[in-house]
Design a protein. Structure first.
Lengths: 332, 305
């Protein structure tokens, strides 16, 4: 696949602070990444690492009364954080679209699925009722819903989980966005259905040339689909690089820990190596490097200084004072 | 994971045939299987028809003019040609009950409608925007909420010079909207938290579209149901106010007025009380049953049992 190298989306030093009862939560603390046309970036992280908040900040979905967003989200050179609300709506859906984890919750329960897709077309493209219907059925067909026309009038609760996610994808694709943000699109699904949905997403990405920002906590899935990976921990990107590079040669102890904790067929009969401890609460982030209480190689400097982002090899960065010392456990 | 074989298409099977039927169809089919709904709907439709064309019903027993009164007949019980008897002025009670339907039903529907419109507008705006708008609406509704309904309506109607269907409806609505508005606001707050609102925003929906298309349809059901249940209560409230002498005034004809007239004599002449009260109770009951049924129709998720 040829990738156009000018970034379509550039997120720079994105910060999101929630104020909850006078207490400030730093949910995202200076996240930067770029996304080029046709590329798939997997943002990997556990619950509470800030990956979904990052996605919502990029989409402009955070309530300004609850969340303070700073930094820059540049789409084709325009900083979306500095555009007016009405102006910004023109990007939502048309240029950047998003699919959500729980498709049942993300579909309006009292509107039939077909009309929900058609509505997107009617609002944005001003399509007539019948044209929108035809086009919606085409889209349903495209996400491989069999007998699409007969399901146009179904309500979300009448469809299976996989079909609902397909409907979400069809809605997101309706306006042919340049970027699709998928926020854990397969988490709520069975494993076999997960595989189908992932296959569908990959194929649609290849057909349309859109970029995919894939938010997940699933190491296996991201290894399979992503060109590049960004690993998040407590609101920061701790490591990023090409997928192959990050998996083969992790340069942050958290990434290494994650990879070591995955069961492997080759290592049958051995105990898994978990990461000790649990992720920090956002209200009480550790000083220095937020990973230090769980880090096997932490030293004094880690308790006091938050590490800068180091480039360990071209295109591969790590936010660890001792990036060079990190090694993945030998396989075998 | 790349070599996992994927079954052809999971969407091909397990398809519920009933799911293909449209919402209105299944909901209606279910309602029609409920005898209580059928009876209630019949009574409500009948009352509305009577309210619209009372002259078609009043003359059934040959004496259709509610104002053709003769004191000679004062308070005579049910007799041939006068199935409900005569009131103290010697007027035919049956004709009066039939003509009384109009004002009672009108007030019931009008007051409920006023209340509903106010609640939907104020409740959804305050629930969606919160902040200052919400503070104003909420405090205002608290003020009205604080008044005991009867006392408030009594004071208000005493101040009004005209006591007709409109003023009585308005007075009643003025004290029913706070409850409905609170309900609408709460329901809006719940609806707002759903992912589909976020999803719609991610597709670039404007505030107005979000409210109209995604929030209202999901939030309005309880308010509609409560107002429908309230139609009966409003009709009863009209009767109460009229009975207390501040509602409709003679020469208007309403069930409340008839009950009011009956208050001093019903122990001697029970027919003066029984017949208007019977119509009133039946109508109130029918509206309540209908409101209950509405609750089922408004939510597509409840139609798949």
């Amino acid at each position: 696949m040829t990738i156009d190298q000018t970034p379509l989306l550039a997120v720079r030093d994105l910060r999101v602070d929630f104020t909850v009862r006078r207490c400030v939560l730093n949910a995202v603390r200076g996240v930067s990444f770029t996304l080029t046309r046709g590329e798939t970036l997997a943002v990997l992280g556990e619950s509470g690492s800030g990956k979904s908040v990052t996605a919502q900040a990029v989409m402009g979905l955070l309530d300004p009364r609850r969340a303070a967003v700073s930094g820059a989200v540049e789409f084709a050179g325009i900083d979306l954080l500095r555009t007016h609300r009405a102006e910004r709506r023109r990007y939502q859906g048309r240029r950047i679209a998003m699919i959500f984890q729980d498709a049942l919750a993300a579909l309006n329960p009292v509107v039939s699925v077909g009309s929900q897709i058609a509505e997107v077309l009617r609002v944005h493209d001003g399509a007539s009722k019948s044209a929108a219907r035809t086009r919606a059925i085409e889209l349903m067909d495209r996400v491989r819903i069999s007998a699409a026309a007969s399901r146009y009038d179904s309500y979300p609760h009448q469809l299976s989980g996989g079909m609902r996610q397909r409907i979400m994808i069809a809605m997101a694709l309706a306006l042919q966005p340049d970027i699709l943000i998928a926020d854990e699109p397969t988490t709520a699904l069975d494993v076999t259905v997960q595989a189908q949905i992932m296959q569908l997403l990959m194929q649609l990405r290849d057909d349309t040339g859109m970029a995919l920002l894939f938010i997940t906590h699933d190491l296996a899935v991201s290894a399979e689909v992503a060109d590049r990976i960004a690993v998040m921990y407590s609101g920061r990107i701790v490591e990023s690089g090409s997928a192959a590079e990050v998996y083969a040669n992790p340069r942050h102890p958290y990434t290494a820990g994650l990879l070591n904790s995955v069961p492997r067929v080759a290592a049958r009969g051995r105990r898994l190596t978990p990461i000790a401890g649990s992720p920090p609460s956002l209200t009480a982030l550790p000083s220095g490097c937020t990973f230090h209480p769980r880090c096997p190689i932490a030293r004094d400097i880690c308790r006091t200084d938050d590490p800068p982002v180091l480039t360990t090899s071209p295109g591969h960065t790590s936010a660890c004072h001792f990036a060079e010392e990190v090694h993945r456990e030998p396989v075998g | 994971m790349s070599n996992v074989t994927v079954p052809a298409d999971e969407s091909g099977q397990a398809w519920d045939i009933e799911a293909q039927a449209s919402l209105s169809h299944t909901a209606l089919a279910r309602l029609l299987r409920r005898p209580s709904f059928l009876v209630a709907a019949f009574i409500v439709v009948l009352m509305i028809v009577i309210a619209a064309v009372p002259q078609a019903f009043a003359g059934w027993f040959g004496h259709g003019d509610p104002r053709a009164c003769d004191l000679v007949n004062s308070a005579i019980g049910p007799s041939s040609g006068h199935p409900f008897g005569f009131d103290k002025q010697g007027c035919d009670v049956y004709a009066n009950v039939i003509y009384g339907t109009r004002d009672s039903i009108s007030i019931g529907l009008l007051a409920s409608m006023f209340g509903l419109v106010m609640a939907v507008v104020l409740g959804s705006v305050s629930g969606y925007y919160l902040g200052v708008v919400d503070a104003i609406v909420s405090r205002l509704s608290d003020v009205f909420f604080g008044f005991p309904f009867l006392l408030g309506a009594l004071v208000l109607l005493t101040a009004f010079r005209a006591h007709n269907v409109w003023t009585v409806s308005l007075a009643i609505a003025l004290f029913t909207w706070p409850t409905l508005t609170r309900l609408m606001r709460a329901s809006m707050l719940t609806a707002k938290e759903h992912d589909y609102v976020l999803a719609a925003r991610s597709l670039g929906a404007s505030d107005w579209r979000l409210i109209r298309r995604h929030l209202l349809p999901n939030a309005i059901a309880p308010v509609i149901v409560i107002s429908a249940l309230g139609v009966g209560a409003v009709i009863a409230a009209e009767a109460t106010l009229t009975f207390l002498g501040v509602g409709l005034q003679q020469p208007a004809i309403s069930w409340g007025l008839q009950l009011s007239d009956a208050q001093s004599d019903f122990q001697v002449y029970p027919h003066l009380l029984i017949f208007p009260a019977l119509f009133l109770s039946l109508t109130v009951l029918a509206f309540i049953v209908l409101g209950d049924a509405l609750e089922d129709v408004l939510d597509p998720r409840r139609n798949d049992d």
